[in-house]
Design a protein around this ligand. Structure first.
Ligand code: NAP
Length: 321
C-alpha cells in the first residue's frame, strides 16, 4: 500500500519508515527537510520524500489538498497538534484513504486518577497540549464510528531511543542526574520520589503504528495506549540507573516547593509537567486487539539511550555495554 508518514524523520519515523518498507509498503515521507532520521538504513533510499511546511500550507488552506494529491491509501500523522488543523485534512482525505492514524499522547488523560490508565478512562487533560490532542481524538473517533472517516488513535508515553535525551530519574532532561547516580553522589527527588514516569522505546511506538495499519478492521474507531509494560517511580528509576554502574542510589527528598528551588526554572517546569501527570498506562488493549508486544521495558529503553549519550560524550560515565 502507499503510506504517507507526516513528520517522518523524527523519533517515531526513524523506526516506523523502515518497518513499513520491510512490510512491502510504498512509503512517502513528508517533512520540511530540516532534520535527518536518527539512524538510516539503505532502505531509506526507497522512500519518496516530500518537503513542505505544514504550518505554512495550513495557513494558506492548502495542506489538506497537498496531502490528498499524494494519493496515499494510508496516512499516518505524527505531527497533528491543533484541533484547527483537522477539518482541512479530514475534508480532503474523506473517501480517499483506507486508514488515517493519528499520533496522540498519554497526556490526554491528564493527571492519573486510576493506575494503570486504560483507554476507557476519561480524558481529563489539564494543559493545552493534552486538551487539543483529546479533542482531535474525540472528533476522529466519532467520525470513524459514524462511518465517515477511518481513523485510529495511538497514545505514546515518553518516547525514548538512542540519539536524544530521555526523561530522566528527576523527571526532566538534565543529564547530570545520571552522572550523580553513576558516581554514587546524592540525588534529591521531589516529595517522596514516588511519582511515576511511563517511557516507551521509539521502535515499540513504531511497532504499534505498524500493527494498527496491518489490522484496520480492529483498529478503526479505536484508541490504544502505547507504552512499555510498566511505569517507573523516580525512586525505582534512580536505583536502576545507579545499579547499572554498580552503585546504590544515595537519595534525599524535599517537598515540591523546596525542591523546585534547587534546580533551574526549565528543569523544574519539565519535572512538574511529569510529576503532575504521574503517567501509568495499561497496554492490555493494544496487546489483545493489535498483538502489541513491546520489545523494551522502560529501563531497557532508557539504558540504550543513556549508553548512546555516554558513547557520544554527552554524559561523563563509563559505557554501559
Ligand atoms: N516526544 C515524546 O515523548 C512524545 C510523547 C507522547 C506523544 N508524542 C507525540 O509524538 C508526535 C511527535 O513524534 P516524534 O517525536 O517522532 O516527532 P519529532 O521527533 O519531533 O519529529 C517531528 C517530525 O516532523 C517534521 N516536522 C516538524 N515540523 C514540521 C512542519 N511544520 N511541517 C512539516 N514537517 C514538520 C520534522 O522534520 P523537519 O524538522 O525536517 O520538518 C520531523 O520529521 C507528536 O504527535 C507528539 O504529540 C511524543
Amino acid at each position: 500500500m502507499k503510506v504517507l508518514v507526516i513528520g517522518a524523520t523524527g523519533h517515531i519515523g526513524t523506526y516506523l519508515v523502515p518497518r513499513l518498507l520491510a512490510r512491502g509498503h510504498e512509503v512517502v515521507a513528508l517533512s520540511r527537510g530540516q532534520r535527518q532520521p536518527y539512524s538510516t538504513t539503505p532502505a531509506w533510499e526507497n522512500v519518496e520524500t516530500i518537503h513542505l511546511d505544514r504550518k505554512e500550507e495550513e495557513g494558506k488552506g492548502t495542506f489538506g489538498k497537498a496531502v490528498a494529491e499524494i494519493g496515499a491509501e494510508v496516512v499516518i500523522d505524527l505531527i497533528l497538534f491543533k484541533t484547527a488543523s483537522l477539518p482541512q485534512l479530514v475534508d480532503a482525505l474523506a473517501g480517499k484513504v483506507r486508514l488515517f492514524i493519528f499520533c496522540g499522547t498519554m497526556w490526554v488523560y491528564g493527571p492519573t486518577e486510576k493506575a494503570p490508565t486504560s483507554e476507557k478512562d476519561p480524558r481529563l487533560a489539564t494543559a493545552d497540549y493534552g486538551r487539543q490532542k483529546a479533542q482531535i481524538e474525540e472528533e476522529l473517533i466519532s467520525a470513524a464510528l459514524a462511518g465517515g472517516f477511518p481513523a485510529t488513535v495511538l497514545h505514546p508515553g515518553h518516547i525514548v531511543g538512542p540519539g536524544w535525551l530521555p526523561i530522566g530519574p528527576a523527571g526532566n532532561l538534565n543529564l547530570s542526574v545520571f552522572e550523580k547516580l553513576g558516581r554514587g553522589e546524592e540525588v534529591c527527588l521531589p516529595d517522596q520520589g514516588l511519582a511515576t514516569l511511563h517511557h516507551v522505546h521509539a521502535d515499540d511506538v513504531a511497532q504499534a503504528f505498524e500493527l494498527a495499519l496491518a489490522k484496520p478492521r480492529a483498529s478503526i474507531g479505536e484508541s490504544f495506549n502505547v507504552v512499555s509494560p510498566e511505569a517507573l517511580t523516580l525512586r525505582g528509576f534512580c536505583r536502576a540507573v545507579a545499579g547499572w554502574l554498580g552503585r546504590e542510589p544515595v537519595l534525599s527528598y524535599l517537598p515540591w516547593p523546596d525542591w523546585r528551588k534547587t534546580v533551574s526554572e526549565e528543569d523544574a517546569e519539565i519535572t512538574w509537567e511529569h510529576i503532575h501527570h504521574c503517567p501509568c498506562g495499561s497496554i492490555e488493549k493494544a496487546r489483545k486487539v493489535l498483538g502489541y508486544s513491546p520489545r523494551y521495558t522502560s529501563l531497557e529503553a532508557v539504558r540504550e539511550a543513556l549508553d548512546w549519550l555516554i558513547r557520544h560524550g554527552k554524559v561523563n560515565l563509563p559505557p554501559l555495554s
